[in-house]
Design a protein around this ligand. Sequence first.
Ligand SMILES: [Fe+2]
Length: 209
Amino acid sequence: MVEDLVFEQLKLGPMENFSYVFGSREAGLGAIVDPGFEPKRLLDTVDEKGLEVSHVVLTHGHRDHIAALGRVREAVDALLVAHPDSSLEVDVPAKDGASLTIAGVDVVAHHTPGHAGDHVAFEVAGEALLSGDALFIGDCGRVDLPGADVDAMWDTLMNVIPSLDPSLTVYPGHDYGPAPHRSLGEELEENFTLEKRDLEAFRSFMGVD
Ligand SMILES: [Fe+2]
């Protein structure tokens, strides 16, 4: 990781969720990603690193990724970064391809719908890919929940994710795989949901006709 970068993965709550903290020592700023549970632990983590929370970043708006958002925003004055289609009031729209500076760190947003329409994967400092519930280690997110779209997931997994730098480390939204993180290159080789399939084959693979 680049020297100035602070980056931490936290496993919080009863559903194997991962939240993240990242930031810049030089800027003295930190961001909280997907505050689903245990807001105090998230806030304390930023505090212990000597950073001030400037942003909250959402990969998508499902409850287990935002349930602690209210408590975090009561405690700190932070800008909300999410896709413009989010049902929440977004301060910093994370449009597809947007290059953003979040907590002093260079971040690129990639719209990755399928699991949820407002889903974004964030490339952080050219090193980490916060893949939310689009891509897990060894698996992908569900497409049978309201707001899901199997055709969009196909495009995300077949076209968007494979176009990214394979040296990125994938940091997912849940600890559902054999490791808490893994390189995108390894995912492209090992993750059966990323195997090349046409749309029809993908629909039946995902159990959706
Ligand atoms: Fe989700």
